[in-house]
Ligand binder design. Structure first.
Ligand SMILES: [Ca+2]
Ligand SMILES: [Ca+2]
Ligand SMILES: [Ca+2]
Length: 209
């Protein structure tokens, strides 16, 4: 009897954990099809709004976009110019989201040393991190100008800002999760909860007998 109860309890916790994890919805913002726009202000793609500050663009990259060549990956991407430019993401209509990965580059070789991320969490605290760029950028040439950066710990955000340190940068393929990032109970927590429940169950059985 107790074993059945135990099994049911463990399944319930596991399923609740999975349901929690499924509350998020993943999107990749690729900015494709937006054409070349200078100082676009705010745009929305797949439920996310991105706002440019300072001089900012949607660029197709390569020699057609700017001289000397800007970063190129064969698709449209977001970029800023000058050291005061930044790009801020929010969930359209409000709500929390997470950042997991993005492609980043110097807009031109030597423009920046790193891309800095500043975010505000749902509990109003601010977090920050930065990613060094490799300095490789030959525009429309064969070298890969963009790098893919994996981001940890940027969950339950209400606002996320990218900026180049210190100059023009480019981003593309921004991987975001909309919704609360559920924390699936860890095995140790599960064991503790199971133990607590088992104790309650035993007490109940003991009182009945
Ligand atoms: Ca793109
Ligand atoms: Ca290139
Ligand atoms: Ca690069």
């Amino acid at each position: 009897m107790k074993n059945h109860f135990f099994t049911r309890f463990m399944w319930t916790i596991t399923i609740l954990g999975f349901i929690g994890a499924c509350q998020t919805s993943a999107v990749t913002l690729n900015f494709n099809g937006l054409a070349t726009l200078t100082n676009f202000g705010s745009l929305t793609e797949q439920g996310f709004t991105f706002t440019g500050n300072g001089t900012h663009f949607v660029l197709p990259g390569g020699s057609n976009a700017c001289s000397p060549d800007c970063a190129f990956n064969g698709t449209d991407y977001l970029a800023t110019n000058g050291s005061s430019g930044s790009l801020t993401f929010t969930l359209a209509g409000g709500g929390v989201f997470s950042l997991t990965q993005f492609d980043g580059a110097e807009l031109r070789a030597g423009n920046i040393n790193s891309i800095q991320l500043d975010a505000t969490l749902s509990n109003s605290t601010n977090i920050s991190t930065s990613f060094n760029v490799d300095g490789i950028n030959d525009g429309g040439g064969a070298l890969a100008d963009f790098e893919t950066f994996t981001v940890n710990g940027f969950t339950n955000l209400t606002s996320l800002t990218f900026r180049g340190i210190s100059g023009a940068f480019a981003i593309d393929n921004v991987n975001l999760l909309s919704g609360e990032s559920a924390s699936v109970p860890e095995p140790t927590s599960l064991a503790f909860l199971a133990f607590a429940f088992a104790c309650l169950g035993s007490k109940k059985i003991f009182l009945k007998s």
